[in-house]
Design a protein around this ligand. Structure first.
Ligand SMILES: Nc1nc2c(ncn2[C@@H]2O[C@H](COP(=O)(O)OP(=O)(O)OP(=O)(O)O)[C@@H](O)[C@H]2O)c(=O)[nH]1
Ligand SMILES: [Mg+2]
Length: 204
């Protein structure tokens, strides 16, 4: 256990060094966060023209992935491991390595699954926003875009607006209204990706 703990600490330090180097080289770091299966990698691929594996099995992505955003030499998009409610405390330590990507990023793109039923959607969104605050990834001066993903699975605009209102309510509760924007998208179909990109550029 001691050996593993030391190894995790060493990797965490290496990771922080790497992140700081990238920042020094002038990269702007945009980190995609969210629960497993929210569509983070699908969005990452859409923003970078990468082709990283995507699936409906949990934990398809097991370590952070980095790639420049298409059309930009300075913006680095980061895909992260999916978050889980009630994460087993024994594996939290190993997640910490990836937490540094979230902490040091200039912009967080929180990807949420709009096709979740309203009550579940509410609990998940509240929990992850609280968590991001707790780990110091969502400070008052951190820019935040919520990508309300999978809108192709919703029946009407009314459903999209309802989910948006739920998110707005949570943001207000956490005093994040001024730095946050919600963009409804379908990462799979490419809907509103252009809107998301222009929102990213204006925040950066
Ligand atoms: N209908 C629909 N499905 C989507 C959309 N975006 C992603 N998916 C599907 O959702 C599933 C999960 O997508 P991923 O991109 O692997 O999700 P992830 O958040 O990276 O998941 P982990 O790596 O496990 O954390 C896949 O089956 C995708 O095809 C979308 O906009 N609409
Ligand atoms: Mg993934």
């Amino acid at each position: 256990m001691k050996r593993i703990r030391l190894e995790i600490e060493r990797r965490r330090n290496d990771k922080i060094k790497l992140i700081l180097e990238r920042k020094e080289r002038g990269f702007i770091l945009a980190c995609i966060a969210g629960y497993y299966n929210a569509g983070k990698t699908t969005l990452f691929n859409a923003l970078t023209y990468e082709n990283k594996p995507v699936s409906d099995l949990p934990f398809t992505t097991l370590s952070s992935k980095y790639s420049k955003m298409y059309g930009s030499e300075r913006i680095l998009i980061i895909d992260t491991i999916g978050f889980v409610i009630d994460l087993d405390p024994r594996i939290i330590k190993s997640f910490e390595i990836n937490i540094e990507d979230l902490r040091y990023s200039d912009l967080i793109i929180l990807t949420v699954d709009a096709s979740d039923p309203s009550d579940w959607f509410q609990i998940k969104a509240e929990t992850i926003i609280r968590y991001l605050r707790e780990i110091g990834a969502l400070t008052r001066n951190k820019e935040l875009i919520i990508a309300l993903n999978k809108i192709d699975l919703l029946k009407s605009n009314f459903d999209i607006e309802t989910k948006k209102l739920q998110l707005e309510h949570i943001l207000k509760k956490h005093d994040l209204t001024s730095n946050a924007t919600i963009v409804p998208i379908s990462a799979k179909n490419g809907t509103n990706i252009d809107l998301l990109v222009s929102e990213m550029l204006s925040k950066i």
